[in-house]
Design a protein around this ligand. Structure first.
Ligand SMILES: *Cc1c(COP(=O)(O)O)cnc(C)c1O
Ligand SMILES: [Zn+2]
Length: 434
């Protein structure tokens, strides 16, 4: 069975061979399916013919590709023309000022807050999922979202000309709601939290025959996150970092960065070296961090209550795999509170000129906490993954970042105000503000 699937997909020029259960290894044809229905109900994952990939790829061939995730298409589960909205190849910023502040020697910011088209890492997973959705013949696509996924699905469905209906919890930030509605999908705001939205969507997926990017198309969707691993390797000059810090919602992104690193090792594109994986959660929704700290290998679901809504998943599907990775690699999974998240947002903005949303604030706050606790060595080459844009969660910093100085359109008015600013700065430099 698996062999005939492999050859039929490869006949089309694709390198993926089908779906496979992560738990028991059972193979499935590459359709819209995410659970091992025949055997153990484990999650399905895309499998590839790595010998074929190794024959096709080289550093030079990848470097000659487009400046988007599609330069890695041999590693992605697509057959024909991709839905190409320019997603990926976002900047890897050398963060020298933040590094000095934290006491690190080499810190990099992978800035998916400027990803295309909707300013979050979700554009990667949706570009892959909707390409596959079109190949599988879906005319309506959907998702259960904590915000960014709704933005991405609605935007990329619009570009691809697919009908779109997305589901969000009803208490999301205004920027996430508006940034979905503008693309004219049907938007369902559900009275409930993400986990309840997700459960509803599983039922809709079963009864309506739609392509849900993070449910029945989840194996394809998840592969999109691997590109965050590939890009960092390539942007570091074809080298692995020593330590990465990334936010955890379902845990999918975290596990797929690892898969991306491993695939580049396996196909000879990068030299192997140990990379430590550390994960960031918000205290108000930290089921994976709690399991890590308690030394448990199972997740106890929680009810989310945090400003970091985009990563507020109380029952994370890939939680156990994320735990394994942090433990295996000598990393850690840690949570920070809402105030620390806001401080994280400000730290990154003030030191590097990058305005991230609450998920990125969580990542920076955890980075700071780990450095202070000695869990990240100063000499480790560290990459912090910034996954979303601050303009979408302005509520989080309103009232915290101060107010503009209101002046008249006269030089004297400006001079008076400027003098006051100088005096205040002088006072606080001398410790006057305590
Ligand atoms: C969805 C999301 C994540 C993490 O997603 P996973 O479910 O763990 O893959 C991280 N940051 C932002 C901004 C997100 O929207
Ligand atoms: Zn199975």
């Amino acid at each position: 069975m698996t062999a005939t699937i492999a050859s039929s997909v490869l006949d089309t020029g694709a390198t993926f061979t089908g779906l496979r259960c992560r738990e028991c290894g059972q193979g499935y044809p590459p359709g819209a399916k995410h659970v091992c229905e025949d055997v153990c109900f484990g999650p399905l994952e895309v499998s590839y013919d790595y010998d074929e990939i190794r024959r096709r790829v080289s550093r030079r061939q990848i470097e000659a590709g487009p400046a988007s995730i599609w330069r890695y298409r041999d590693f992605l589960p697509v057959v024909g023309d991709p839905v190409d909205v320019g997603t990926g190849f976002t900047p890897l910023l050398k963060a020298d000022r933040l590094a000095r502040y934290l006491g690190l020697e080499a810190l990099y910011i992978k800035n998916d807050g400027v990803n295309m088209p909707t300013l979050s890492f979700k554009d990667r997973v949706v570009s892959v999922a909707l390409t596959r959705a079109r190949e599988l013949g879906f005319s309506t696509v959907s998702c259960a979202s904590t915000g960014n996924l709704a933005n991405s699905t609605a935007a990329i469905a619009a570009h691809a000309g697919l009908k779109c209906c997305v589901f969000i919890p009803s208490d999301l930030e205004a920027g996430k709601v508006l940034g979905t509605l503008v693309y004219k999908p049907t938007l369902m705001a559900v009275r409930g939290n993400y986990d309840q939205v997700n459960r509803l969507c599983s039922e809709v997926a079963n009864t309506h025959g739609w392509g849900f990017v993070n449910i029945n198309l989840r194996p394809y969707y998840a592969e999109g996150s691997k590109t965050l691993g590939y890009e960092v390797i390539e942007q570091l000059g074809w080298q692995l970092p020593d330590h990465i810090v990334a936010p955890l919602a379902s845990g999918s992104l975290f596990t797929k960065i690892r898969k991306g690193f491993n695939e580049f090792i396996k196909t000879g594109l990068v030299e192997e070296r140990p990379v430590r994986f550390s994960g960031a959660q918000a205290e108000g929704c930290s089921p994976i961090a709690q399991a890590f700290e308690a030394g448990r290998d199972f997740i106890s679901p929680v009810k989310p209550d945090t400003i970091a809504k985009s990563i507020a998943i109380g029952n994370p599907a890939d939680g156990p795999y994320a735990l394994d990775i942090a433990r295996e690699t000598g990393g850690t999974i840690t949570a920070v509170n809402d105030q620390e998240i806001v401080e994280g947002i400000q730290l990154l903005a003030e030191h590097e000129g990058v305005f991230t949303e609450t998920a990125g604030g969580t990542t920076i706050a955890v980075l700071r906490k780990l450095v202070m606790a000695g869990r990240i060595e100063p000499s480790e080459r560290t990459v912090a993954y910034i996954t979303g844009n601050g303009l979408k969660t302005t509520e989080a910093v309103t009232g915290v970042v101060g107010e503009p100085h209101l002046i008249d359109a006269q030089l004297a008015s400006f001079d008076t105000a400027w003098e006051q600013v100088q005096m205040l700065q002088h006072a606080s430099l001398n410790g006057g503000a305590g």
